[in-house]
Design a protein around this ligand. Structure first.
Ligand code: G1P
Length: 284
């Protein structure tokens, strides 16, 4: 069973500057929680019990956020604020978080490879890219993990994008048409193709379930698109790969408009602030 997930969070977040100059982009909040919290909760909902952050020396506030803050907890206890205290405990006791460093920004493939010592021999794992938030009626990642447990075939989450924007994503072509919640075999996959060279408009969303073998492949994968070691270039070397079509909505929070769109979306469904925020949005 897949119990570990790698979250690569070492990136500088240049598309979110200047907001990301002094705090990690993953710590910019969507309503009242940092974006990374949504991604970690998604992993936990899918049954993940060990989160491995691949991080950078400038981004220690991410680890601090998920750590226990004993003085603050005591302070809230003394002030009799149990509801605030509850909100501070972002990780349940059965979940562990570790971190490894990626000192140089050499690409997503390089980041995943940096986490290799946290995995047992032959242990498969999930990857969640923190730029993407997913809101769905059920855990799509759990579906992928369940499929992997049966067939040990790599699972890559995809969804259609505007054909003019295929050059911003990994793009796959499948052996049959897909509808949300379905899977199909991938017969080609390419990282950020030119608009006129893309095999389809099915884009990799940022959720993967991968076999351990991918680490051996990454060890020998040269730099590709953008001069970086690309995870996509390693995945295409696996014998079999399946695409899983997202059933739900994704938000690309790697740029300001995506953040804003996610903020509007999550505002409407916030359990305590939702009503007030909806009124504000209506009157804006
Ligand atoms: C990464 C992946 C790409 C994927 C994208 C999803 O690219 O390399 O295949 O489609 O995330 O957000 P990045 O956006 O980090 O350049």
């Amino acid at each position: 069973m897949i119990k570990k997930a790698i979250l690569p969070v070492a990136g500088f977040g240049t598309r979110l500057l200047p907001a990301s100059k002094a705090i990690p982009k993953e710590m910019i909040s969507i309503i009242d929680r940092p974006a990374i919290d949504y991604v970690v909760q998604e992993a936990i909902d899918a049954g993940i019990e060990h989160i491995i952050l691949v991080t950078h020396s400038s981004k220690t506030s991410i680890e601090d956020y998920f750590d226990c803050h004993a003085e603050l907890e005591q302070h809230l206890l003394n002030k009799d604020k149990p509801e605030l205290l509850q909100g501070l405990r972002v990780i349940p006791p059965h979940v562990t978080m570790s971190s490894v460093r990626q000192g140089r920004a050499l690409g997503l493939g390089h980041a995943i490879y940096a986490a290799r010592h946290c995995l047992a021999p032959n242990e498969g794992f999930a990857v969640l890219l923190p730029d993407v938030l997913i809101d769905a009626p059920y855990s799509n990642l759990k579906q992928m993990i369940d499929a992997y447990s049966v067939n040990q075939i790599a699972q890559i989450m995809v969804e259609p994008v505007d054909p003019q924007r295929v050059d911003q994503y990994g793009i796959v072509a499948t052996d049959q048409a897909l509808t949300p919640g379905q899977s199909a075999f991938i017969h080609s996959m390419i990282e950020k193709p030119a608009v006129d060279q893309a095999p389809s408009n099915l884009a990799v969303v940022g959720r993967y379930v991968l076999p351990h073998d991918i680490l051996h492949i990454l060890a020998n994968t040269p730099a590709g698109q953008g001069g970086e070691i690309q995870l996509t270039d390693a995945i295409v070397q696996l014998d079999q790969i399946q695409a899983y079509h997202l059933h739900g909505q994704s938000f690309d929070c790697g740029h300001p408009a995506g953040y804003f769109s996610a903020t509007l979306h999550y505002a409407k469904q916030h359990p305590t602030l939702g009503h007030e925020l909806c009124e504000l949005i209506k009157n804006a």
